[in-house]
Write a protein that binds this ligand. Structure first.
Ligand code: ATP
Ligand code: ZN
Length: 283
């Protein structure tokens, strides 16, 4: 069978987390910065290290079967590929930003103005949807200095903390798109059994990331109050303790309302709560 190829970013913001996810999914490979391609020793897969901008087209054209890349790049490149899985890292937001003292107050004020960006396709779509007739100035880097240089009235770029905007005298004005890293595949590839196996493994790692394993002690008299706080989980494991009338409760708790849940368990009588990371959850 033909070896499946997955393209990931060679260096940059997505490289480390992409490598980490594949390794936690049980794949064993060398991450040499100098090589373009790395075989996986324990799975029929090869890893291609590419610039992120090239990944969507490589996957669309089948040079790679799979790819890990930001949604922003996929949308910008207007490719026809299959979204297989959101990956929860590389989160960012694409925003319009204006100078602190700008006279632009709402979206319609952008008509007749110029906007600098390295994402002309996404911006053009947004402007059309909102009936704004602005001029798009495509530039490849350092978009945030263009307004100071008098090259544009506004910018459209990736913003994560807003620190870069601030230090350039800019403020965010409107959010156009949110993005995170996603696993994409060539159309039709999802049916491939090797791709399917890899996807299952990746999903087991992602599921585990969102969940903690929790062990707590409780007097039997508090047990029903504690169990009431653990809905959705069919059967927490309950183990008797050497101390009579006491038990240990083992369960999993989602990361998102973790502290709230822990505090409520404490109030209901849980003691000696131990929290453990989970490596994988296989359904
Ligand atoms: P390459 O050399 O591969 O072309 P790049 O310089 O274009 O890399 P990076 O800056 O490494 O790209 O960003 C890769 C992706 O990381 C972005 O396309 C975006 O999806 C995501 N990302 C997350 N946070 C940020 C951020 N603060 N700034 C830029 N990109 C971010
Ligand atoms: Zn790039």
């Amino acid at each position: 069978m033909k070896t499946i190829k997955i393209a990931i970013q060679k260096s940059g913001r997505l490289n480390e987390k992409s490598v980490d996810l594949l390794k936690r999914s049980g794949l064993s490979f060398e991450n040499y910065k100098s090589s373009l391609i790395s075989p996986v020793s324990n799975f029929p897969l090869e890893i291609l290290f590419l610039r992120d901008d090239d990944i969507p087209e490589y996957v669309q054209d089948g040079i790679a079967d799979l790819g890990i890349v930001g949604e922003n790049v996929i949308v910008e490149k207007e490719v026809d590929v299959t979204y297989l899985q959101k990956l929860g890292f590389g989160k960012c937001s694409l925003k319009l930003a204006i100078a602190n003292h700008s006279d632009i107050k709402d979206l319609s004020d952008l008509s007749g103005k110029s906007i600098a960006t390295s994402y002309p396709v996404i911006l053009d779509k947004f402007l059309k949807e909102n009936d704004i007739d602005a001029e798009i100035r495509e530039i490849s880097g350092s978009v945030e200095i263009s307004t100071n240089l008098g090259l544009s009235d506004a910018i459209f770029d990736i913003v994560s903390t807003g620190g870069t905007l601030k230090s350039n005298g800019l403020k965010p004005f409107a959010e156009v798109m949110r993005s995170e890293a996603v696993l994409i595949g060539k159309n039709g590839i999802a049916k491939n059994p090797i791709v399917n196996e890899l996807l299952q493994r990746i999903q087991s790692v992602l599921r585990a990331e969102q969940t903690k394993y929790v062990v707590m002690n409780a007097a039997k008299s508090s047990l029903s109050a504690i169990l009431e706080l653990l809905p959705g989980i069919k059967s927490p494991t309950i183990v008797p303790l050497a101390t009579e009338e006491w038990v240990a409760v083992h369960t999993v708790i989602p990361e998102k309302d973790f502290w709230d849940k822990i505090n409520r368990l404490k109030n209901a009588g849980a003691e000696g709560i131990v929290v453990l990371p989970i490596e994988k959850i296989i359904l």
